[in-house]
Design a protein around this ligand. Structure first.
Ligand code: ADP
Ligand code: TYD
Length: 205
């Protein structure tokens, strides 16, 4: 079973992905993955992608590097784990490429759909949660966290507005994607995640 978490930066996806992984782990084998990264090669590509000195990185190169990182991760980790019948929980997956490189950067979304399919060998999530927060909330959380800004995070407010609107459109287009209000308390969001899994017959209780 492949479950993925999506949303703009600081939406609380990692918090929710971890909470779910911890709870599922009590009686199931769970693989927790963060994108980009998760393999030796993918982590090196992550460093290139997030290094804020790489100002010359083109949008097309960015698209291929995220996809290259994912191709390695799918082949090396995700598919073998799914074949063993494990639960795989991903903090970001190919919907991030559609949202950030497609809606955010403006790259042709049909081309992105083909690249996503190639990178994942058609390995699609069974269910995806988009944790939605307004861009104002992203800025508040980022300031509160006080962490240094990476290359992607230097993209500006308008960029994040496009990415957020992209996720909203994507959630409208498919039942696979469930959108949750990320401004609610952590435990409430987790409860909504859990009940969705029960409702969709992914878990029993
Ligand atoms: P992401 O993986 O989307 O970047 P994180 O889970 O790392 O998000 O959370 C980003 C920040 O927001 C952290 O400081 C975290 O404590 C805070 N946070 C996460 N979920 C919530 C929530 N539901 N309400 C308020 N703050 C939250
Ligand atoms: P990360 O520090 O993992 O951020 P977050 O905690 O928000 O997930 O950095 C990943 C960054 O890369 C984030 O800004 C989203 C972006 N990204 C893309 O633009 N395209 C992609 O396909 C993926 C996986 C991530």
């Amino acid at each position: 079973m492949l479950l993925t978490f999506e949303g703009i930066d600081c939406s609380g996806k990692s918090t929710q992905a971890r909470l779910l992984a911890e709870r599922l782990q009590k009686d199931r084998t769970v693989r927790f993955i963060r994108e980009p990264g998760g393999t030796r090669i993918s982590e090196r590509l992550r460093d290139i992608l997030l290094d804020k000195r790489h100002l010359e990185l083109t949008e097309t190169c960015e698209l291929f590097l995220f996809s290259a990182s994912r191709a390695q991760l799918v082949a090396e980790v995700i598919r073998p784990a799914l074949q063993r019948g494990e639960f795989v929980i991903c903090d970001r997956y190919f919907d991030s490429t559609t949202a950030y490189q497609g809606y955010g950067r403006g790259i042709d979304r049909e081309a992105i759909a083909r690249i996503n399919a190639l990178a994942t060998q058609g390995t699609n999530p069974d269910l995806t949660f988009v944790i939605d927060i307004p861009v104002d909330e992203l800025e508040h959380r980022k300031q509160a966290a006080g962490q240094p800004v990476d290359r992607m995070e230097s993209s500006g407010r308008q960029f994040y507005e496009r990415v957020r609107a992209g996720y909203t459109n994507m959630a409208r287009e498919t039942q696979r994607i469930v959108m949750l209000d990320g401004t609610r308390p952590v435990q409430e969001i987790h409860d909504a995640v859990w009940s969705t899994l029960v409702l969709r017959n992914i878990i029993q209780s």
